[in-house]
Design a protein around this ligand. Structure first.
Ligand SMILES: Nc1ncnc2c1ncn2[C@@H]1O[C@H](COP(=O)(O)OP(=O)(O)O)[C@@H](O)[C@H]1O
Ligand SMILES: [Mg+2]
Length: 203
């Protein structure tokens, strides 16, 4: 088995009280992610389980460098993610995509489904023709079980489970090597959530 991701002694501290309103109220900090180490093989499904507030979201966001760690290493295919800059960072970013916890908050309500799903292509493959972009978008929506007429509709026209499928299509369209899903079904009913989990497993 080939290792895709190695995390070594990853650490993140926050200012106690948190948020912008407590900036400057002394230096008291607490540790949200405390020396976490693990590795994930290519093709493997890896789960992090823990009670609310134990640091799962912080950990997930550090893997995508949406939050900078205070210590530790993240190796992606052996390359140190935390020292990447510029073009190397840009091309790395497309390899890891995220599915967010809340399908109601994570999709832009003013964008059509076709635009939401194709947006990563517009960013990372700007040279793609309109026809190719449309073909890739239709294909990926098909894989998550949504048909072509979903394309010109808006997120509010869909159920929670369907919205999460849209979020998954968006995460998949660049064919990333790693998908980080942060409690992808906790905002959904149990049965709808089970369907989304089955879909993720199948992909
Ligand atoms: N930006 C932030 N500033 C300060 N504290 C934060 C911030 N984000 C999260 N925390 C705190 O860090 C801890 C871990 O949060 P989080 O990673 O969201 O946990 P989980 O996703 O497991 O519920 C919690 O105590 C949370 O209140
Ligand atoms: Mg969380």
């Amino acid at each position: 088995m080939e290792t895709l991701l190695t995390v070594r002694e990853l650490r993140k501290t926050y200012r106690r009280g948190g948020g912008v309103f407590s900036q400057g109220t002394g230096g008291a900090r607490f540790t949200a992610v405390d020396n976490v180490s693990f590795s994930i093989n290519r093709g493997e499904t890896f789960a992090v389980v823990g009670e609310s507030g134990c640091g799962k979201t912080t950990l997930a966001r550090m893997l995508l460098r949406l939050i900078e760690p205070d210590g530790g290493e993240i190796l992606f295919e052996g390359r140190n993610l935390l020292t990447l800059r510029g073009e190397a960072l840009r091309s790395q970013r497309r390899q890891t995509q995220m599915v967010f916890q809340d399908p109601f908050a994570s999709l832009n309500p003013r964008m059509r489904v076709s635009e939401i799903v194709a947006e990563p292509l517009a960013i990372h493959e700007p040279g793609l023709s309109e026809t190719e972009r449309l073909a890739r978008t239709t294909a990926i929506l098909g894989r998550v079980g949504l048909n072509e007429d979903a394309m010109r509709r808006y997120p509010h026209e869909f159920s929670g489970g369907q919205r999460q499928r849209i979020g998954i299509a968006r995460a998949l369209i660049l064919q990333p090597k790693l998908i980080v899903a942060d409690e992808p079904v906790s905002a959904l009913d149990v049965s709808v959530g089970a369907q989304v989990l089955l879909l993720l497993q199948e992909l």
